[in-house]
Design a protein around this ligand. Structure first.
Ligand SMILES: *[C@@H]1O[C@H](CO)[C@@H](O)[C@H](O)[C@H]1NC(C)=O
Ligand SMILES: *[C@@H]1O[C@H](CO)[C@@H](O)[C@H](O)[C@H]1NC(C)=O
Ligand SMILES: *[C@@H]1O[C@H](CO)[C@@H](O)[C@H](O)[C@H]1NC(C)=O
Length: 447
C-alpha cells in the first residue's frame, strides 16, 4: 500500500499553467469575497453579543438572500458549472474519491490531515495543504476481513490512526502506524504521509455491537503522561478507554441508558461524557495515578435538565463546559467546573432554543454538534442542513440548507487554522452519505 493521489493530479500535469492561473484567480476572487463576508459577519457577532439585542432577535431567522449572495468565484471553475447554482458562499471545497457513504471523519491535531471512514471499506487520510487545493492527495487504507470502517481517530499527532471496522462477527479496532520500510523511499513526495501498517488490532471489542464513535485526545490533565487515549463508544451501552500507542485497555464504563448515541473525551483528557437514549448525561472522570497512567474511570456527575433525549454533546475547548443538544428543542451550556466530590451539581449556564423548524413550525433536533477551536462558533446539523451558531448567544450566523445531497454523518472543526491561499482560515469539515466530504469556511474570521 502506498500514498496515492486522485486522478486529476496526473491530468493536472498537462494543463498546469492554466490550472495555476485559474487557482490564483479563483483564490483572489474568493479572498476578496470572503473578506467582505467576514467583515459583515464579525459586526453581526459584535452586535448580537449585546444582551438586550439577543432577546429582540432570538426568533428572527437570517434572511436567505444574505447567505446566498451570488458571487463570481464560480466563473473561474468552468468544470463545476452544475454546482454553481446551489453553491453556498462558505463552501470551500469537496474532497473527492469516496466510493460510498462517508461514515465518519477526524482531523489530526495540527489540522493538516483529515481521515475519513467510508462504507466502501476504505479509510482515506487526506493531506490538507491548502483548503483551495484542486485535488487533495490521500493515503488509502483498505480494511482487512471485509470490515467496514464506522469510526476513526488520530493517535499521537498525525503519525497513526485508529480505525473501528465492523463485519458480521463484530467490531475490530486497528491501529495503523508508520512502517519502517517506507521512510527512506517516500521523501520524493513533498510532505510525508503516514504509511499504513497495522501496529495492533483487537477483535470483537464490543462483542457483536458496532462502534458508533471513536474519539482521541492527549492525557494532559493532572498527572496524565501526555499519551493519546481513545474512547470507543458502542451502539449498546458500553464505552471502552484505550491507550492509543499500545492498544491496552485502560478502563471501561457503561451508560446503562439502553442505547448509546455518542461519547467524547474532554480536550484535556479528564472527563468522558456520553449522549444516550435518555435526557440525562452521565460524566465520568479519568483518574490518573502519580506515574501518569490511567488508574480508573469513575462516574462523577450527571447533567439533569433536558426533558428529552440528548442527541449530541461536545466539550468547550477549555474542558470546563459541556454543550448539549436535545430532542426537547433546546441546547444547554453546562458548567462542569464544580466541586462534584462535595456533591455540587453542574449548573446550566445558558439555554438556547434550537433555531431550526420544519415547514409546520415544529422544532427540529440536531444530529451533530461541534465547537470551533476558539470556542466561539457552534456548528450543528440536521439531516442535510448545516448551521453555524454564535456560542455566546445561540444566534444563527449562517445556514446551508442543503450542505450535502444526503444526510450529514459527521462534522469536525480543524483544531488549527489551515492555509487558504496565502491566508490561514478556520475550517469545518462535513461528511455525508452522498459520498462527499466538504470543507467550509467559518462565518466569522478569527480575530
Ligand atoms: C471479521 O473480522 C475478523 C477480524 O479480522 C475475522 O477474523 C473474521 O473472520 C471476520 N468475519 C467475517 C464473517 O468476515
Ligand atoms: C526503496 O525502494 C527500492 C525499490 O523501489 C527498494 O529496493 C528499497 O529496498 C527501498 N528502500 C527502503 C528503505 O525501503
Ligand atoms: C436521513 O436520515 C433519516 C433519519 O435517519 C432517514 O429517514 C432518511 O431516509 C435519510 N435520508 C437519506 C437521503 O438518506
Amino acid at each position: 500500500m502506498e500514498a496515492e493521489s486522485s486522478p486529476s493530479t496526473f491530468l493536472g500535469f498537462n494543463v498546469l499553467p492554466i490550472s495555476i492561473i485559474s487557482v490564483l484567480l479563483g483564490g483572489l476572487v474568493v479572498l476578496i469575497f470572503f473578506s467582505d463576508y467576514f467583515r459583515k459577519k464579525r459586526s453581526e457577532v459584535q452586535t448580537i453579543a449585546k444582551p438586550e439585542e439577543i432577546v429582540a432577535q432570538k426568533s428572527k431567522k437570517p434572511s436567505p438572500s444574505n447567505s446566498r449572495k451570488p458571487h463570481s468565484r464560480s466563473q473561474s471553475h468552468a468544470s463545476e458549472k452544475d454546482q454553481v447554482k446551489r453553491h453556498h458562499p462558505l463552501d470551500l471545497n469537496t474532497l473527492k474519491g469516496h466510493g460510498d457513504s462517508v461514515t465518519a471523519l477526524c482531523f489530526s491535531s495540527d489540522g493538516r490531515n483529515l481521515a475519513t471512514a467510508c462504507a466502501d471499506g476504505v479509510v482515506r487520510v487526506f493531506k490538507l495543504d491548502d483548503a483551495l487545493c484542486k485535488s487533495f492527495k490521500f493515503l488509502r487504507i483498505n480494511m482487512p476481513a471485509g470490515g467496514q470502517p464506522t469510526a476513526v481517530a488520530f493517535s499521537d499527532g498525525a503519525s497513526s490512526v485508529v480505525v473501528a471496522a465492523q463485519n458480521l462477527s463484530g467490531s475490530s479496532l486497528y491501529m495503523y502506524g508508520e512502517g519502517n520500510a517506507n521512510s527512506a523511499n517516500d521523501t520524493k513526495q513533498q510532505p510525508k504521509l503516514p504509511v499504513p501498517e497495522i501496529k495492533w488490532a483487537h477483535h470483537k471489542v464490543h462483542e457483536k455491537r458496532a462502534i458508533v464513535t471513536l474519539v482521541g485526545t492527549t492525557a494532559s490533565y493532572g498527572s496524565g503522561d501526555g499519551s493519546t487515549i481513545i474512547a470507543s463508544c458502542s451502539e449498546g451501552t458500553d464505552i471502552i478507554l484505550w491507550h492509543g500507542k499500545s492498544g491496552k485497555i485502560l478502563g471501561n464504563t457503561d451508560t446503562n441508558q439502553l442505547k448509546n448515541t455518542m461519547a467524547t473525551i474532554s480536550p484535556n483528557g479528564r472527563f468522558i461524557a456520553a449522549a444516550a437514549f435518555t435526557a440525562d448525561v452521565k460524566v465520568w472522570e479519568i483518574v490518573y495515578s502519580k506515574d501518569g497512567s490511567v488508574k480508573e474511570v469513575t462516574r462523577v456527575m450527571q447533567l439533569k435538565g433536558h426533558k428529552s433525549a440528548v442527541t449530541w454533546l461536545c466539550f468547550s475547548p477549555n474542558s470546563e463546559q459541556i454543550i448539549t443538544a436535545s430532542k426537547d428543542g433546546s441546547m444547554r451550556i453546562w458548567n462542569i467546573n464544580v466541586r462534584y466530590h462535595l456533591d455540587e451539581d453542574p449548573k446550566t449556564l445558558k439555554v438556547f432554543p434550537i433555531p431550526l423548524h420544519d415547514s409546520k413550525g415544529a422544532t427540529l433536533h440536531y444530529d451533530h454538534l461541534s465547537i470551533s477551536p476558539d470556542g466561539k462558533i457552534l456548528a450543528a446539523t440536521h439531516g442535510s442542513i448545516l448551521q453555524w451558531l454564535c456560542a455566546e448567544t445561540g444566534k444563527v450566523l449562517d445556514t446551508a440548507d442543503k450542505a450535502h445531497e444526503g444526510n450529514i454523518t459527521g462534522i469536525a472543526w480543524a483544531p488549527k487554522s489551515i492555509p487558504l491561499g496565502p491566508d490561514l482560515t478556520m475550517v469545518l469539515a462535513t461528511a455525508g452519505d452522498d459520498k462527499k466530504v466538504k470543507l467550509w469556511a467559518s462565518p466569522v474570521h478569527p480575530s
